[in-house]
Design a binder for this molecule. Structure first.
Ligand SMILES: *Cc1c(COP(=O)(O)O)cnc(C)c1O
Ligand SMILES: [Zn+2]
Length: 479
Protein backbone atom coordinates (compact mmCIF):
# COMPACT_ATOMS: atom_id res chain seq x y z
CA UNK A 1 0.00 0.00 0.00
CA UNK A 2 1.44 3.35 -0.89
CA UNK A 3 0.16 6.66 0.27
CA UNK A 4 1.25 10.17 -0.39
CA UNK A 5 0.77 13.40 1.41
CA UNK A 6 -1.15 15.99 -0.57
CA UNK A 7 -1.53 18.48 2.27
CA UNK A 8 -1.73 22.17 1.40
CA UNK A 9 -3.78 21.51 -1.69
CA UNK A 10 -7.53 21.28 -2.01
CA UNK A 11 -6.98 17.56 -1.67
CA UNK A 12 -6.82 17.55 2.11
CA UNK A 13 -10.57 18.14 1.90
CA UNK A 14 -11.08 14.99 -0.19
CA UNK A 15 -10.70 11.43 1.03
CA UNK A 16 -11.79 7.86 0.28
CA UNK A 17 -14.46 6.07 2.28
CA UNK A 18 -15.59 2.45 2.42
CA UNK A 19 -19.21 2.34 1.17
CA UNK A 20 -20.23 -0.24 3.78
CA UNK A 21 -22.10 1.72 6.49
CA UNK A 22 -21.09 -0.83 9.13
CA UNK A 23 -17.44 -0.12 8.34
CA UNK A 24 -17.02 3.38 6.90
CA UNK A 25 -13.20 3.32 7.14
CA UNK A 26 -11.52 6.37 5.64
CA UNK A 27 -8.37 6.59 3.56
CA UNK A 28 -6.40 9.45 2.11
CA UNK A 29 -6.97 10.19 -1.56
CA UNK A 30 -3.46 9.00 -2.44
CA UNK A 31 -3.88 5.57 -0.93
CA UNK A 32 -3.93 3.06 -3.80
CA UNK A 33 -6.48 0.46 -2.79
CA UNK A 34 -9.58 -0.51 -4.70
CA UNK A 35 -11.40 -2.31 -1.93
CA UNK A 36 -11.55 -1.80 1.80
CA UNK A 37 -8.83 -3.82 3.58
CA UNK A 38 -11.18 -4.35 6.55
CA UNK A 39 -14.36 -5.52 4.85
CA UNK A 40 -13.65 -5.83 1.12
CA UNK A 41 -16.28 -3.28 0.02
CA UNK A 42 -15.86 -0.68 -2.72
CA UNK A 43 -14.60 2.81 -1.95
CA UNK A 44 -16.07 6.24 -2.68
CA UNK A 45 -14.30 9.54 -3.09
CA UNK A 46 -15.95 11.96 -0.67
CA UNK A 47 -15.46 15.62 0.17
CA UNK A 48 -15.55 17.85 3.17
CA UNK A 49 -18.05 20.14 1.45
CA UNK A 50 -18.33 22.51 4.41
CA UNK A 51 -14.68 23.46 3.99
CA UNK A 52 -14.89 23.80 0.20
CA UNK A 53 -16.19 26.62 -1.96
CA UNK A 54 -19.35 25.19 -3.49
CA UNK A 55 -21.26 27.29 -6.03
CA UNK A 56 -24.66 28.54 -4.91
CA UNK A 57 -26.39 27.36 -8.08
CA UNK A 58 -25.64 25.44 -11.24
CA UNK A 59 -25.83 28.67 -13.28
CA UNK A 60 -22.45 29.52 -11.74
CA UNK A 61 -20.78 27.24 -14.28
CA UNK A 62 -22.07 29.15 -17.29
CA UNK A 63 -19.47 31.93 -17.03
CA UNK A 64 -16.86 29.38 -18.10
CA UNK A 65 -18.32 29.09 -21.57
CA UNK A 66 -16.67 32.39 -22.47
CA UNK A 67 -13.24 31.50 -21.09
CA UNK A 68 -12.53 28.46 -23.22
CA UNK A 69 -8.98 28.45 -24.42
CA UNK A 70 -5.56 26.93 -24.29
CA UNK A 71 -4.20 28.84 -21.32
CA UNK A 72 -4.32 27.94 -17.62
CA UNK A 73 -7.87 27.73 -16.30
CA UNK A 74 -9.30 28.17 -19.80
CA UNK A 75 -7.92 24.74 -20.59
CA UNK A 76 -10.04 23.33 -17.76
CA UNK A 77 -13.10 25.34 -18.77
CA UNK A 78 -12.91 23.73 -22.20
CA UNK A 79 -13.31 20.28 -20.65
CA UNK A 80 -16.86 19.04 -20.14
CA UNK A 81 -15.65 17.44 -16.92
CA UNK A 82 -13.39 20.08 -15.33
CA UNK A 83 -15.73 22.93 -16.18
CA UNK A 84 -17.51 21.51 -13.11
CA UNK A 85 -14.32 21.12 -11.06
CA UNK A 86 -15.89 22.41 -7.82
CA UNK A 87 -18.05 19.24 -7.86
CA UNK A 88 -15.06 16.86 -7.99
CA UNK A 89 -12.44 18.83 -6.04
CA UNK A 90 -9.75 16.22 -5.38
CA UNK A 91 -6.91 17.53 -7.56
CA UNK A 92 -4.64 20.57 -7.63
CA UNK A 93 -5.48 22.32 -10.89
CA UNK A 94 -1.96 22.13 -12.30
CA UNK A 95 -2.05 18.33 -12.01
CA UNK A 96 -5.22 17.85 -14.03
CA UNK A 97 -4.85 15.72 -17.17
CA UNK A 98 -7.32 16.81 -19.84
CA UNK A 99 -7.58 16.08 -23.55
CA UNK A 100 -10.80 17.98 -24.18
CA UNK A 101 -13.11 15.22 -22.95
CA UNK A 102 -16.82 15.77 -22.50
CA UNK A 103 -17.52 18.24 -25.29
CA UNK A 104 -20.63 16.28 -26.09
CA UNK A 105 -24.15 17.11 -27.18
CA UNK A 106 -27.68 16.59 -25.97
CA UNK A 107 -30.10 16.52 -28.87
CA UNK A 108 -33.87 16.39 -29.05
CA UNK A 109 -34.84 13.60 -31.43
CA UNK A 110 -38.48 13.85 -32.49
CA UNK A 111 -38.52 11.33 -35.37
CA UNK A 112 -37.17 8.68 -33.02
CA UNK A 113 -39.60 9.78 -30.32
CA UNK A 114 -42.50 9.29 -32.75
CA UNK A 115 -41.24 5.87 -33.79
CA UNK A 116 -41.04 4.52 -30.23
CA UNK A 117 -44.21 6.13 -28.90
CA UNK A 118 -43.00 9.29 -27.14
CA UNK A 119 -44.58 12.74 -27.53
CA UNK A 120 -42.55 15.33 -29.49
CA UNK A 121 -40.07 17.36 -27.47
CA UNK A 122 -39.75 14.67 -24.83
CA UNK A 123 -36.91 12.42 -25.99
CA UNK A 124 -33.28 13.56 -25.74
CA UNK A 125 -30.15 11.72 -26.78
CA UNK A 126 -26.88 12.42 -24.98
CA UNK A 127 -24.11 11.66 -27.51
CA UNK A 128 -21.14 10.49 -25.47
CA UNK A 129 -19.71 9.00 -28.66
CA UNK A 130 -18.48 12.52 -29.43
CA UNK A 131 -15.69 12.23 -26.87
CA UNK A 132 -12.07 12.23 -28.16
CA UNK A 133 -11.76 8.43 -28.05
CA UNK A 134 -15.39 7.93 -29.07
CA UNK A 135 -17.04 6.82 -25.83
CA UNK A 136 -18.13 8.13 -22.43
CA UNK A 137 -15.09 6.44 -20.87
CA UNK A 138 -13.04 9.62 -21.45
CA UNK A 139 -15.10 11.35 -18.73
CA UNK A 140 -13.73 8.91 -16.18
CA UNK A 141 -10.22 8.52 -17.57
CA UNK A 142 -9.45 12.22 -17.23
CA UNK A 143 -10.08 11.95 -13.50
CA UNK A 144 -8.24 8.65 -12.96
CA UNK A 145 -5.24 9.86 -15.01
CA UNK A 146 -5.16 12.99 -12.92
CA UNK A 147 -4.77 10.84 -9.83
CA UNK A 148 -2.15 8.63 -11.53
CA UNK A 149 -0.18 11.78 -12.33
CA UNK A 150 -0.52 13.08 -8.76
CA UNK A 151 0.90 9.75 -7.60
CA UNK A 152 3.75 9.92 -10.10
CA UNK A 153 2.75 6.65 -11.73
CA UNK A 154 4.42 5.72 -15.02
CA UNK A 155 2.28 2.74 -16.03
CA UNK A 156 -1.49 2.31 -16.12
CA UNK A 157 -3.55 -0.78 -16.97
CA UNK A 158 -7.08 -1.98 -17.51
CA UNK A 159 -9.11 -4.98 -18.56
CA UNK A 160 -11.48 -4.04 -21.28
CA UNK A 161 -14.30 -4.99 -23.58
CA UNK A 162 -12.80 -2.29 -25.82
CA UNK A 163 -13.69 1.28 -24.97
CA UNK A 164 -11.85 1.47 -21.66
CA UNK A 165 -8.68 0.37 -23.45
CA UNK A 166 -9.19 2.85 -26.29
CA UNK A 167 -9.63 5.68 -23.81
CA UNK A 168 -6.76 4.57 -21.58
CA UNK A 169 -4.43 4.22 -24.56
CA UNK A 170 -5.29 7.70 -25.81
CA UNK A 171 -4.84 9.38 -22.42
CA UNK A 172 -1.62 7.46 -21.71
CA UNK A 173 0.24 8.89 -24.66
CA UNK A 174 -1.26 12.37 -24.29
CA UNK A 175 -0.37 12.76 -20.61
CA UNK A 176 2.67 14.91 -19.92
CA UNK A 177 4.99 13.10 -19.31
CA UNK A 178 3.46 10.15 -21.21
CA UNK A 179 2.65 6.92 -19.38
CA UNK A 180 2.75 3.37 -20.64
CA UNK A 181 -0.77 2.04 -21.28
CA UNK A 182 -1.31 -1.68 -20.74
CA UNK A 183 -4.50 -3.33 -21.92
CA UNK A 184 -5.88 -6.79 -21.12
CA UNK A 185 -8.42 -8.02 -23.62
CA UNK A 186 -10.27 -11.30 -23.43
CA UNK A 187 -10.47 -13.90 -26.13
CA UNK A 188 -14.17 -13.14 -26.47
CA UNK A 189 -15.61 -10.38 -28.57
CA UNK A 190 -13.88 -7.07 -29.06
CA UNK A 191 -15.07 -4.66 -31.71
CA UNK A 192 -12.31 -3.95 -34.21
CA UNK A 193 -12.83 -0.20 -34.04
CA UNK A 194 -11.85 -0.30 -30.36
CA UNK A 195 -9.00 -2.76 -30.74
CA UNK A 196 -7.61 -0.66 -33.58
CA UNK A 197 -7.51 2.36 -31.27
CA UNK A 198 -5.60 0.60 -28.48
CA UNK A 199 -3.08 -0.64 -31.06
CA UNK A 200 -2.83 2.67 -32.88
CA UNK A 201 -2.28 4.70 -29.70
CA UNK A 202 0.57 2.42 -28.72
CA UNK A 203 -0.80 0.50 -25.74
CA UNK A 204 0.84 -2.80 -24.84
CA UNK A 205 -2.06 -5.15 -25.58
CA UNK A 206 -2.30 -8.57 -23.96
CA UNK A 207 -4.91 -11.01 -25.14
CA UNK A 208 -5.80 -13.39 -22.33
CA UNK A 209 -7.55 -16.70 -22.79
CA UNK A 210 -10.72 -15.95 -20.89
CA UNK A 211 -13.67 -13.56 -20.78
CA UNK A 212 -13.78 -9.99 -19.48
CA UNK A 213 -14.33 -11.06 -15.90
CA UNK A 214 -11.20 -13.24 -16.04
CA UNK A 215 -9.19 -10.33 -17.50
CA UNK A 216 -10.33 -8.04 -14.72
CA UNK A 217 -9.29 -10.52 -12.05
CA UNK A 218 -5.84 -10.81 -13.63
CA UNK A 219 -5.23 -7.14 -14.21
CA UNK A 220 -6.11 -6.45 -10.58
CA UNK A 221 -3.57 -9.03 -9.43
CA UNK A 222 -0.84 -7.84 -11.79
CA UNK A 223 -1.37 -4.14 -11.00
CA UNK A 224 -1.25 -4.82 -7.31
CA UNK A 225 1.97 -6.82 -7.58
CA UNK A 226 3.81 -4.59 -10.02
CA UNK A 227 2.67 -1.16 -8.85
CA UNK A 228 0.81 -0.41 -12.08
CA UNK A 229 -2.12 1.98 -11.61
CA UNK A 230 -5.47 0.30 -12.28
CA UNK A 231 -7.93 2.16 -14.50
CA UNK A 232 -11.05 -0.01 -14.45
CA UNK A 233 -14.21 1.45 -13.00
CA UNK A 234 -13.49 -0.21 -9.65
CA UNK A 235 -11.22 2.87 -9.46
CA UNK A 236 -13.48 5.41 -7.70
CA UNK A 237 -11.86 8.39 -9.45
CA UNK A 238 -13.23 7.13 -12.76
CA UNK A 239 -16.73 7.54 -11.37
CA UNK A 240 -15.98 11.06 -10.14
CA UNK A 241 -15.31 12.11 -13.73
CA UNK A 242 -18.38 10.31 -15.04
CA UNK A 243 -20.64 12.36 -12.73
CA UNK A 244 -20.06 15.19 -15.21
CA UNK A 245 -22.25 13.47 -17.82
CA UNK A 246 -25.20 14.33 -15.58
CA UNK A 247 -24.00 17.91 -15.07
CA UNK A 248 -23.89 18.37 -18.83
CA UNK A 249 -27.34 16.87 -19.30
CA UNK A 250 -28.69 19.41 -16.79
CA UNK A 251 -26.73 22.20 -18.45
CA UNK A 252 -28.15 21.33 -21.88
CA UNK A 253 -31.67 21.26 -20.41
CA UNK A 254 -31.26 24.72 -18.90
CA UNK A 255 -30.83 23.20 -15.43
CA UNK A 256 -34.28 21.59 -15.59
CA UNK A 257 -34.16 18.08 -14.15
CA UNK A 258 -35.52 15.49 -16.65
CA UNK A 259 -37.91 12.74 -15.53
CA UNK A 260 -35.77 9.80 -16.60
CA UNK A 261 -32.14 8.92 -17.29
CA UNK A 262 -31.73 5.67 -19.24
CA UNK A 263 -28.33 4.04 -19.54
CA UNK A 264 -26.94 0.64 -20.57
CA UNK A 265 -25.42 -1.36 -17.71
CA UNK A 266 -22.18 -3.36 -18.04
CA UNK A 267 -19.74 -3.08 -15.17
CA UNK A 268 -22.24 -0.58 -13.72
CA UNK A 269 -19.80 2.28 -13.23
CA UNK A 270 -21.77 4.79 -15.22
CA UNK A 271 -25.13 4.31 -13.50
CA UNK A 272 -23.30 4.36 -10.14
CA UNK A 273 -21.67 7.68 -11.03
CA UNK A 274 -25.05 9.14 -12.01
CA UNK A 275 -26.52 8.12 -8.67
CA UNK A 276 -23.61 9.72 -6.83
CA UNK A 277 -23.91 12.90 -8.90
CA UNK A 278 -27.55 13.36 -7.96
CA UNK A 279 -27.08 12.36 -4.33
CA UNK A 280 -24.49 15.11 -4.02
CA UNK A 281 -26.40 17.73 -6.03
CA UNK A 282 -29.44 17.15 -3.82
CA UNK A 283 -27.33 17.30 -0.66
CA UNK A 284 -25.72 20.55 -1.81
CA UNK A 285 -29.08 22.06 -2.68
CA UNK A 286 -28.13 22.42 -6.36
CA UNK A 287 -31.17 20.50 -7.61
CA UNK A 288 -34.59 20.26 -6.03
CA UNK A 289 -35.42 16.82 -7.32
CA UNK A 290 -33.76 13.73 -8.74
CA UNK A 291 -34.69 12.02 -12.04
CA UNK A 292 -35.58 8.34 -12.15
CA UNK A 293 -32.98 5.89 -13.46
CA UNK A 294 -33.42 2.95 -15.81
CA UNK A 295 -30.43 0.64 -16.24
CA UNK A 296 -30.65 -1.64 -19.26
CA UNK A 297 -28.91 -5.02 -19.41
CA UNK A 298 -28.55 -7.26 -22.43
CA UNK A 299 -30.48 -10.49 -22.00
CA UNK A 300 -27.24 -12.51 -22.28
CA UNK A 301 -25.50 -10.48 -19.53
CA UNK A 302 -28.31 -9.64 -17.15
CA UNK A 303 -26.85 -9.91 -13.65
CA UNK A 304 -28.24 -6.61 -12.36
CA UNK A 305 -31.66 -7.39 -13.81
CA UNK A 306 -31.62 -10.76 -12.12
CA UNK A 307 -30.50 -9.42 -8.76
CA UNK A 308 -32.72 -6.31 -8.65
CA UNK A 309 -35.90 -7.29 -10.48
CA UNK A 310 -36.11 -11.08 -10.06
CA UNK A 311 -34.49 -11.56 -6.66
CA UNK A 312 -35.72 -8.20 -5.35
CA UNK A 313 -32.39 -7.25 -3.79
CA UNK A 314 -32.36 -3.62 -2.59
CA UNK A 315 -29.57 -1.34 -1.33
CA UNK A 316 -31.23 -1.28 2.06
CA UNK A 317 -29.00 1.42 3.52
CA UNK A 318 -25.92 -0.55 2.48
CA UNK A 319 -27.04 -3.82 4.05
CA UNK A 320 -28.16 -5.49 0.83
CA UNK A 321 -28.66 -9.25 0.67
CA UNK A 322 -25.21 -10.42 -0.39
CA UNK A 323 -26.21 -14.08 -0.14
CA UNK A 324 -28.58 -13.74 -3.08
CA UNK A 325 -25.75 -12.32 -5.19
CA UNK A 326 -23.37 -15.07 -4.08
CA UNK A 327 -25.96 -17.73 -4.90
CA UNK A 328 -26.41 -16.31 -8.39
CA UNK A 329 -22.65 -16.28 -9.02
CA UNK A 330 -22.34 -19.83 -7.71
CA UNK A 331 -25.10 -20.95 -10.08
CA UNK A 332 -23.33 -19.21 -12.97
CA UNK A 333 -20.08 -20.98 -12.12
CA UNK A 334 -21.86 -24.30 -11.86
CA UNK A 335 -23.34 -23.84 -15.32
CA UNK A 336 -19.99 -22.57 -16.73
CA UNK A 337 -21.97 -19.53 -17.77
CA UNK A 338 -20.32 -17.04 -20.11
CA UNK A 339 -22.12 -13.80 -20.91
CA UNK A 340 -23.11 -13.40 -24.53
CA UNK A 341 -24.44 -10.39 -26.40
CA UNK A 342 -23.90 -8.46 -29.62
CA UNK A 343 -23.51 -5.42 -27.36
CA UNK A 344 -19.91 -6.34 -26.48
CA UNK A 345 -19.41 -3.28 -24.24
CA UNK A 346 -21.93 -4.69 -21.75
CA UNK A 347 -21.00 -8.37 -22.06
CA UNK A 348 -20.15 -8.66 -18.36
CA UNK A 349 -21.49 -11.24 -15.92
CA UNK A 350 -19.93 -10.06 -12.64
CA UNK A 351 -20.27 -6.29 -12.57
CA UNK A 352 -17.77 -4.90 -10.05
CA UNK A 353 -19.92 -1.89 -9.22
CA UNK A 354 -23.04 -3.90 -8.39
CA UNK A 355 -23.35 -2.54 -4.80
CA UNK A 356 -22.95 1.06 -6.00
CA UNK A 357 -25.52 0.41 -8.73
CA UNK A 358 -27.99 -0.78 -6.08
CA UNK A 359 -27.32 2.46 -4.22
CA UNK A 360 -27.88 4.52 -7.39
CA UNK A 361 -31.17 2.71 -8.03
CA UNK A 362 -32.17 3.61 -4.48
CA UNK A 363 -31.20 7.30 -4.81
CA UNK A 364 -32.90 7.62 -8.21
CA UNK A 365 -35.91 5.36 -7.62
CA UNK A 366 -34.71 3.17 -10.45
CA UNK A 367 -35.76 0.19 -12.52
CA UNK A 368 -33.73 -2.40 -14.43
CA UNK A 369 -34.71 -4.09 -17.68
CA UNK A 370 -33.16 -6.66 -19.99
CA UNK A 371 -33.40 -6.49 -23.78
CA UNK A 372 -32.63 -8.96 -26.55
CA UNK A 373 -29.84 -8.62 -29.11
CA UNK A 374 -32.36 -8.54 -31.93
CA UNK A 375 -34.17 -5.61 -30.34
CA UNK A 376 -30.89 -3.82 -29.64
CA UNK A 377 -29.91 -4.03 -33.30
CA UNK A 378 -33.31 -2.77 -34.47
CA UNK A 379 -33.08 0.23 -32.17
CA UNK A 380 -29.46 0.87 -33.10
CA UNK A 381 -30.63 1.11 -36.71
CA UNK A 382 -33.32 3.61 -35.69
CA UNK A 383 -30.77 5.78 -33.87
CA UNK A 384 -28.67 5.62 -37.02
CA UNK A 385 -31.61 6.50 -39.20
CA UNK A 386 -32.76 9.48 -37.12
CA UNK A 387 -29.69 10.59 -35.18
CA UNK A 388 -25.90 10.52 -35.20
CA UNK A 389 -25.73 6.76 -34.72
CA UNK A 390 -24.28 4.70 -31.88
CA UNK A 391 -22.70 1.35 -31.13
CA UNK A 392 -24.84 -1.66 -30.13
CA UNK A 393 -24.49 -1.34 -26.33
CA UNK A 394 -25.58 2.29 -26.47
CA UNK A 395 -28.79 1.38 -28.27
CA UNK A 396 -29.79 -0.74 -25.28
CA UNK A 397 -30.92 2.53 -23.68
CA UNK A 398 -33.44 3.32 -26.44
CA UNK A 399 -34.50 -0.34 -26.57
CA UNK A 400 -35.17 -0.28 -22.84
CA UNK A 401 -37.12 2.96 -23.17
CA UNK A 402 -39.43 1.44 -25.77
CA UNK A 403 -40.07 -1.47 -23.41
CA UNK A 404 -40.77 0.84 -20.46
CA UNK A 405 -43.24 2.84 -22.56
CA UNK A 406 -45.07 -0.35 -23.53
CA UNK A 407 -45.24 -1.37 -19.88
CA UNK A 408 -46.59 2.08 -18.95
CA UNK A 409 -43.67 2.69 -16.57
CA UNK A 410 -42.52 5.65 -18.65
CA UNK A 411 -45.32 7.83 -19.94
CA UNK A 412 -45.02 9.36 -23.44
CA UNK A 413 -45.03 12.92 -22.13
CA UNK A 414 -42.26 12.52 -19.59
CA UNK A 415 -38.87 14.04 -20.41
CA UNK A 416 -36.43 11.22 -21.06
CA UNK A 417 -32.68 11.28 -21.67
CA UNK A 418 -31.09 8.20 -23.23
CA UNK A 419 -27.31 8.05 -22.85
CA UNK A 420 -25.68 6.97 -26.11
CA UNK A 421 -22.46 5.70 -24.62
CA UNK A 422 -20.32 5.04 -27.70
CA UNK A 423 -19.80 6.11 -31.30
CA UNK A 424 -21.31 4.25 -34.24
CA UNK A 425 -17.86 3.70 -35.83
CA UNK A 426 -16.63 1.73 -32.83
CA UNK A 427 -18.26 -1.38 -34.22
CA UNK A 428 -18.90 -1.03 -37.94
CA UNK A 429 -19.01 -4.82 -38.35
CA UNK A 430 -22.21 -5.06 -36.33
CA UNK A 431 -23.75 -2.38 -38.53
CA UNK A 432 -22.60 -3.90 -41.82
CA UNK A 433 -23.77 -7.35 -40.70
CA UNK A 434 -27.19 -5.92 -39.83
CA UNK A 435 -27.65 -4.12 -43.12
CA UNK A 436 -26.13 -6.68 -45.47
CA UNK A 437 -25.91 -10.05 -43.73
CA UNK A 438 -22.19 -10.13 -44.52
CA UNK A 439 -19.88 -11.07 -41.68
CA UNK A 440 -16.83 -8.89 -42.33
CA UNK A 441 -14.83 -10.54 -39.57
CA UNK A 442 -14.88 -14.01 -41.09
CA UNK A 443 -11.49 -14.90 -42.60
CA UNK A 444 -13.14 -16.65 -45.48
CA UNK A 445 -16.43 -14.88 -45.75
CA UNK A 446 -19.28 -17.37 -45.98
CA UNK A 447 -22.01 -16.51 -48.48
CA UNK A 448 -24.09 -13.58 -47.33
CA UNK A 449 -27.16 -14.42 -45.30
CA UNK A 450 -29.99 -12.20 -46.52
CA UNK A 451 -30.54 -9.51 -43.88
CA UNK A 452 -33.81 -9.73 -41.99
CA UNK A 453 -33.81 -6.50 -39.96
CA UNK A 454 -36.74 -4.16 -40.57
CA UNK A 455 -34.42 -1.23 -41.25
CA UNK A 456 -31.88 -3.25 -43.22
CA UNK A 457 -30.40 -1.04 -45.92
CA UNK A 458 -28.02 -3.17 -48.00
CA UNK A 459 -26.07 -1.69 -50.90
CA UNK A 460 -27.59 -2.56 -54.24
CA UNK A 461 -25.64 -4.12 -57.07
CA UNK A 462 -25.68 -2.04 -60.22
CA UNK A 463 -23.80 -2.51 -63.49
CA UNK A 464 -21.05 -0.04 -64.36
CA UNK A 465 -23.41 1.65 -66.74
CA UNK A 466 -24.85 5.15 -66.63
CA UNK A 467 -28.30 4.10 -67.67
CA UNK A 468 -28.48 1.32 -65.12
CA UNK A 469 -27.29 3.67 -62.39
CA UNK A 470 -29.92 6.27 -63.25
CA UNK A 471 -32.53 3.53 -63.28
CA UNK A 472 -31.41 2.43 -59.80
CA UNK A 473 -31.97 6.04 -58.69
CA UNK A 474 -35.47 5.89 -60.10
CA UNK A 475 -34.53 8.30 -62.89
CA UNK A 476 -34.20 8.14 -66.63
CA UNK A 477 -30.97 9.27 -68.26
CA UNK A 478 -31.69 12.74 -69.74
CA UNK A 479 -31.01 12.89 -73.49
C1 LIG B 1 -18.30 0.71 -20.92
C2 LIG B 1 -19.49 0.86 -21.78
C3 LIG B 1 -20.78 0.59 -21.30
C4 LIG B 1 -21.03 0.05 -19.93
O1 LIG B 1 -20.81 1.01 -18.93
P1 LIG B 1 -20.61 0.54 -17.41
O2 LIG B 1 -20.18 1.75 -16.70
O3 LIG B 1 -19.53 -0.51 -17.46
O4 LIG B 1 -21.91 -0.02 -16.97
C5 LIG B 1 -21.84 0.81 -22.14
N1 LIG B 1 -21.68 1.25 -23.40
C6 LIG B 1 -20.45 1.51 -23.89
C7 LIG B 1 -20.33 1.99 -25.29
C8 LIG B 1 -19.32 1.33 -23.10
O5 LIG B 1 -18.12 1.59 -23.60
ZN1 LIG C 1 -14.86 -1.40 4.88
Amino acid sequence: MSSQNFANTTTDKAFQVCINPDCGRQFSIGEVIFSCPSCGSLLDVEYDWDRLAVPGSMEFFEHRWSSKGLKAEGRLDFSGVWRFRELLPFAPHDQIVTIGEGRTLLEECNPLAREIGMKPGRLFLQYEGLNPSGSFKDNGMTAAFTLARMLGRKRVACASTGNTSASLAMFAHKTDPPMQGIVFIGSGKIAYGKLSQALDYGALTLQIEGDFDACLRRVRQVSDRLGIYLMNSVNPYRLEGQKAIMYRVLEAMNWQVPDWIIVPGGNLGNCSAFGKAFRELKQLGLVNRVPRLAVINAHGANTLYHVYERDGVRWNGGRYDQNKVKALYAAMDEAHFLPHTVASAIEIARPVNLPKALRALDVMNGVVREVTDEDILEHKALVGKYGFGCEPASAASVTGLRQLIREGVVSPDERVVCILTGHELKDPDATVMYHTGINMKAVQPPPAVPPTGRCANPPRKVADDLQAICAALGEKLPD
